[in-house]
Design a protein around this ligand. Structure first.
Ligand code: AMP
Length: 421
């Protein structure tokens, strides 16, 4: 994925304060009015005028900053001015693609622009028929788009705008081959916009693949820090009391809560624990069917479900305004996922609270996420809390196990617990 030519990354100082001054197509002003959006967010003020110059663009925008509308408005403005042009929007997960699709559907309700969703987990033949009709906007996950292209290389004819959302996650999820083959089928001049909550080497390597030799980068200063309306609480505790503490913390909440776990097994375990205590919850992780995942996101979005137990599958992009609490039951494996997780609350100016459990064995990840926890209220639920010293790790672990055996009624039960985790 390395280009033969080094890419020149420029910065932009374009900033337009209002949608009215953006010279957008009047139909888009009407659409914004209908969805009751009146003032651009910072990333919209920067990205839309920059995109209107036609340049390739990389925008590193704080999570929850309004990036979906930033690229959707930019793309639709161009499609309205060029009736034979089309746009492809790629997102790393089906849930994100679905969410982007919903935004596009509401924007395009009164526009002469057709929108199609191409994601896995739903029947491919219906999608293939829709794609054959050359919809003006395709929102897809790379895997499913690539499957469709294998059968018909011409599906992306006249695509002049490519948007890659959550670009940093595309490579993490192993989408490099699919992106490469999608790029190979694109012909002619086009504009590529990449949006991401963080900038990394993987973002740059996708940029090398899709973009011209000059690209404008917009990097909001605070893009890698939590929003100011987010309050945080860190609870230092032993693993053996995590489950009880989880119940206490949940009892103190009223609105939507996402409990983040570190693996599918942990997600199932925490879900079963909460159900045992009578909570009405549901789960979302990659091992569940797409039908289940869609239903759960829908029910949670509509407020039918108050508590959702999830893996990092849900950490990025998903926008559900009534999430007031994010509870990190386990830490993520990747530090950047922490910022994405806590970005699920306190969105679009709302307040929110992120609660994070830290156990003695979490030292390494804790050190990494510490800058993101600046200003957090610290609570020691374990009075003599200290991290396990790596040099004594083996010994400390054995002691921990014995303690747990005694508390949980013997090795058999503890092993069941560990198996679940
Ligand atoms: P996003 O970062 O695209 O996931 O958007 C986060 C949230 O901000 C979504 O609920 C959007 O509907 C909302 N939003 C986006 N742009 C604006 C805006 N200009 N004014 C108010 N809310 C917005």
């Amino acid at each position: 994925m390395v280009s033969l030519f080094p890419m020149k990354i420029l910065s932009s100082d374009l900033f337009v304060k209002s949608f009215q001054e953006m010279n957008l197509n009047p139909l888009l002003h009407a659409a914004l009015k209908k969805i009751e959006i009146s003032k651009p967010t910072r990333i919209q003020s920067e990205a839309i005028p920059t995109a209107q110059t036609g340049t390739d663009l990389i925008a590193v925008a704080q999570t929850g900053s309004g990036k979906t509308l930033a690229y959707s408005l930019s793309a639709l403005d161009k499609l309205l001015s060029k009736p034979d042009s089309r746009a492809l929007i790629l997102a790393p997960s089906r849930e994100m693609a679905q969410q982007i699709y919903n935004v596009l559907l509401s924007l395009c309700a009164d526009l002469p622009i057709s929108v199609c969703l191409a994601i896995g987990g739903t029947t491919g033949s219906k999608q293939a028929n829709q794609l054959k009709k050359h919809p003006r906007v395709i929102i897809a996950t790379p895997g499913r788009m690539n499957d469709h292209l294998t059968g018909n290389k011409l599906l992306l004819q006249n695509v002049e705008i490519v948007v890659i959302d959550e670009a940093d996650r595309m490579l993490d999820m192993g989408f490099a081959p699919q992106l490469k083959s999608i790029q190979n089928t694109l012909r002619g001049q086009r504009q590529t916009m990449m949006f991401s909550a963080s900038f990394s080497q993987s973002v740059e390597s996708i940029a090398q693949l899709f973009m011209q030799h000059k690209v404008v980068m917009i990097r909001s200063e605070k893009s890698e820090a939590p929003v100011s309306t987010l309050k945080q609480k860190v609870i230092f505790l032993d693993r053996s009391i995590k489950n009880d503490r989880l119940l206490d913390e949940l009892n103190a909440t009223k609105s939507g809560v996402i409990v983040f776990t570190g693996s599918q097994e942990s997600c199932e375990f925490v879900g079963a624990h909460l159900k045992e205590y009578g909570y009405s919850i549901d789960l979302i992780h990659g091992g569940l069917s797409q039908g289940h995942r869609n239903r759960v996101v829908r029910e949670f979005r509509e407020g039918e479900l108050r508590i959702l137990v999830a893996t990092d599958l849900l950490a990025r992009g998903i926008d559900i305004p009534h999430v007031d609490h994010v509870l990190n039951y386990d830490l993520p494996f990747k530090e950047e996922d922490f910022l994405h997780r806590i970005g699920r609350t306190a969105r679009a100016g709302r307040t929110g609270m992120a609660i994070t459990f830290i156990t003695p064995s979490d030292r390494r990840m804790y050190e990494k996420i510490k800058p993101t926890l600046a200003g957090a209220k610290e609570i020691k639920a374990l009075p003599n809390f200290s991290f396990i010293d790596r040099s004594q790790k083996f010994e400390a672990k054995s002691v921990g196990r014995r303690d747990q055996d005694q508390k949980s009624g013997g090795p058999q039960k503890r092993n069941a617990f560990r198996g679940k985790k």
